[in-house]
Design a protein around this ligand. Structure first.
Ligand code: ATP
Ligand code: MG
Length: 392
């Protein structure tokens, strides 16, 4: 099936090749899920060794915009996806001429630019924070006073809280804009957050959709620390977030797995923060907390197979393992106490086999299940204790 992603396509039989742009942990877990379904997987990534490259059946080592490498990948594979949103959209567009691409380059392009993303979210009928584009210093003179206090964010390439500065006045915003070296930015009004949630939605080639239960997300130093699905999100809020996520995917005629981060405000309003056109860290709980994971949905969509069940099996949580855990208080390398973690019932360990631990680097995660929310929280506390984390 060349050059089309039409819903009428026959499923691609196991044994065929599925490809992924990017060699990180999301690509690794996609490969593992696709292989469990019997597909062969190819990874395109420039690094000599990478988490996904290590498990792929084939590693095409080249830049993401290398036309020859893209053509090799597109000719080999029945379908190609991406594991990160900053892959050049043109690479996906080129691949679309050779094989099925899910998501499409145009969908990924929107998620690469916070301004395009916000405009798109609003056009889908989903509320976002009040904001203004700041492409030059003088834009700050005319933006509404209601945007302060606010957060100035670079429009492109921000992640894990990088490329953003909290500002309480125009003067501070100007300084922040200069510190970001004049990169195109968006100034967003600071929202009165109650808590943060995200929804993973999977949309097939035939337009069918499923959503996972929202996870409640806690960050530490701007990086996701824990995602919890324990039934404590107000059902009306959870329902609104799932409906928003569906609207976003439908409006875009999206094919693939998409995650939408939401802010739940103190008055109960649910507004979209940003979206990721791929499986998401906050959706890792689905590997053990649901029958079919977000990564398996990605593979099923690419293969034109039916989507799987998303109901939670029981309360669950995901605890991120950052490189900091590999260092003792004196800065010496150590191995975290895996036996201690795995001796807690209901735990599963997922490590990404990264060659070197660095503070802040995502090295793996632990999924934790409990029969009740209380049991889950007791187990999370025990895992955190085994890892030496005080406040998980
Ligand atoms: P990531 O890609 O890791 O999700 P990011 O760098 O793209 O993060 P955002 O998700 O936009 O950045 O923001 C990071 C965090 O900062 C949010 O999860 C939230 O806690 C806080 N934050 C961002 N924007 C706002 C806002 N307008 N009001 C209040 N808090 C905010
Ligand atoms: Mg975010």
């Amino acid at each position: 099936m060349v050059g089309s992603d039409s819903g009428a396509a026959l499923p691609t039989a196991p044994g065929a090749w599925l490809g992924v742009l990017g060699g990180g942990q999301l690509g690794r877990m996609f490969c593992q899920s696709a292989q469990a379904l019997g597909y062969r997987v190819a990874v395109l990534d420039p690094a000599e060794s990478s988490p996904a490259g290590a498990v792929a059946d084939r590693h095409i080592r080249a830049a993401y915009d290398d036309p020859q490498a893209l053509d090799t990948l597109g000719s080999l594979c029945a379908a190609v996806t991406t594991e990160f949103e900053n892959v050049p959209a043109d690479s996906l567009r080129r691949l679309a001429g050779l094989c099925r691409t899910a998501p499409a380059g145009d969908s990924v392009a929107i998620a690469q630019d916070r301004l395009a993303e916000k405009a798109y979210l609003q056009a889908s009928g989903v509320p976002v924070a009040a904001h203004a584009a700041v492409s030059q210093a003088s834009d700050l003179d005319v933006c509404p006073a209601s945007l302060f206090p606010g957060i100035l964010k670079t429009a492109r390439l921000g992640y894990d809280g990088k490329g953003q500065v909290r500002v309480s006045s125009r003067e501070q915003a100007l300084q922040a804009f200069e510190s970001l070296r004049g990169a195109a930015c968006v100034l967003e009004a600071l929202q009165p957050l109650d808590y943060e949630i995200s929804v993973v939605v999977a949309r097939g080639l035939d337009g069918r959709t499923v959503t996972y239960p929202p996870s409640r997300n806690a960050h530490r130093d701007g990086i996701l620390a824990v995602s919890t699905v324990d039934g404590t999100i107000d059902p009306a809020v959870a329902d609104r977030a799932r409906r928003h996520a569906l609207r976003i995917a439908d409006h875009l005629d999206y094919h693939g797995v998409l995650c939408v981060e939401f802010f739940v405000l103190r008055d109960g309003a649910v507004i979209a923060n940003e979206m990721a056109p791929r499986p998401h860290n906050s959706g890792h709980y689905t590997q053990d907390g649901c029958l079919v994971s977000q990564f398996e949905q990605q593979a099923r969509i690419m293969a034109g197979l039916p989507l799987g069940m998303t109901d939670p099996l029981c309360p669950s949580a995901m605890l991120n393992l950052l490189g900091d855990l590999w260092f003792d208080p004196d800065g010496r390398l150590r191995e975290p106490d895996w036996a201690g973690v795995l001796s807690v019932p209901g735990t599963r360990l997922h490590l990404y086999a990264k060659s070197q631990a660095r503070p802040g680097r995502k090295m793996g995660h632990v999924n934790i299940l409990g029969a009740t929310a209380a049991e889950l929280h007791a187990r999370v506390a025990r895992v955190a204790g085994a890892l030496g984390l005080s406040d998980a």
